[in-house]
Design a protein. Structure first.
Length: 368
């Protein structure tokens, strides 16, 4: 237990370091496989758009005595197409069909009432046109474009354009995975889903900005020294913010998981499920990409700069010199060179171990 308590300090000081940046090819392969599955699901399975996007009629049958299969058979026979039938925890069966005429809707409502043992007047009918969903999609795309433009400008000013590019790559990575999960699982894409996807844009960038802020601090003036490379400084920053990123992600995911379990699972609120799944997947993907995608990709971009290309050679030469017999390098430099990671934070003396000023002995006065 004590080792777990000291792990954040050891990560921050560089005593323990996970090589996230050096093994970036491994993370690229892992993310590539995940993205390939997500894109494949989008291409071959497609998204299951809700009635708000495709239009149609929705019948809500409260206290139904029939099964989902029986209600589906009645709806498919009456409409001649495949219907979507769901059941909530309260016993209400929902039947979604394509757009129907008023006469066909009334006929199907009577058939469902007879099959499910309820009165026809108890069945609630909702007719939705596809134009509403199209308007929502249009506004969502506009919001996404404005968000990306503003974020790019902000990150380019506060950090630099390479960090902005790396953050946007991680953001696209998270969006594709989140949308791919919906295609893979067949969950309905509703307006609540769109809201959830737009919300995770902020969560995805939050962890990335935290990591990049530490990278900026660690790499300030790094081109003028020969102690550590840019990749090592960035990797140290990722390790220093690792525990904080994990903790904030867990704290953010817990209430979302509660919504999925209680709201959707027990109460049967489908809207909560549509929103919570997008949030949960997006938060998890955002935490992953900030560590394994954003920082390594930033290092890959920075290493293309001329001043960064010559830095690894100078660092290697200094470390080789520090290991040579009779070297005048200090013990601290030798330790940094052997570990491969330089401590980019100022070592602070523990208050409990501060050296107290020596007390002057009292001069003895002779007795008169």
């Amino acid at each position: 237990m004590s080792s777990l308590r000291t792990l954040p300090h050891r990560l921050y000081s560089g005593e323990v370091s996970f090589d996230f940046v050096g093994r970036r090819k491994t993370w690229y392969v892992v993310s590539g496989v995940i993205l390939l599955v997500a894109v494949g699901a989008l291409v071959f399975r497609g998204l299951n758009f809700g009635i708000e996007f495709r239009g149609g009629a929705e019948f809500a049958i409260p206290n139904a005595t029939c099964t989902v299969a029986q209600a589906r058979d009645v709806a498919d026979t009456a409409t001649g197409t495949q219907s979507i039938v769901t059941e909530t925890a309260s016993g209400t069966i929902g039947v979604q069909t394509e757009a129907l005429t008023p006469a066909d809707s009334s006929l199907l409502a009577g058939q469902l009432a007879e099959a499910c043992g309820v009165a026809k007047d108890d069945i609630k009918l909702q007719v939705v046109g596809p134009t509403w969903g199209e308007e929502i999609s249009k506004k969502a795309v506009q919001g996404l474009v404005v968000f990306i433009i503003l974020v790019t400008i902000f990150l380019s000013i506060y950090f630099e354009w390479r960090m902005a590019v790396a953050a946007l790559v991680a953001l696209v990575h998270d969006l594709v995975i989140t949308i791919g999960i919906y295609a893979l699982t067949g969950l309905q894409v509703t307006p609540a889903t769109v809201i959830g996807i737009l919300t995770i844009l902020g969560f995805s960038l939050y962890d990335t900005v935290v990591v990049f802020d530490k990278v900026k601090e660690n790499t300030k003036g790094i081109a003028g020294q020969s102690v550590m490379t840019y990749g090592e400084a960035a990797n140290l920053a990722v390790n220093q913010t690792l525990v904080r990123s994990i903790n904030t992600s867990i704290v953010a995911l817990l209430p979302v998981l509660a919504i999925i379990i209680v709201g959707a699972g027990l109460l049967g609120a489908g809207t909560l499920l549509d929103l919570a799944v997008a949030l949960a997947v997006g938060m998890a993907a955002g935490a992953y990409s900030s560590i394994f995608i954003a920082a390594p990709f930033l290092v890959q971009l920075k290493e293309q700069q001329p001043e960064m290309k010559s830095l690894p050679a100078r660092v290697a030469a200094r470390r080789k010199q520090s290991k040579a017999p009779g070297s005048s390098a200090t013990a601290g430099d030798a330790t940094e060179a052997s570990s491969g990671v330089a401590t980019a934070v100022t070592t602070r003396t523990d208050p409990g171990t501060r050296q107290q000023p020596r007390r002057q002995p009292r001069s003895r006065r002779g007795k008169s």
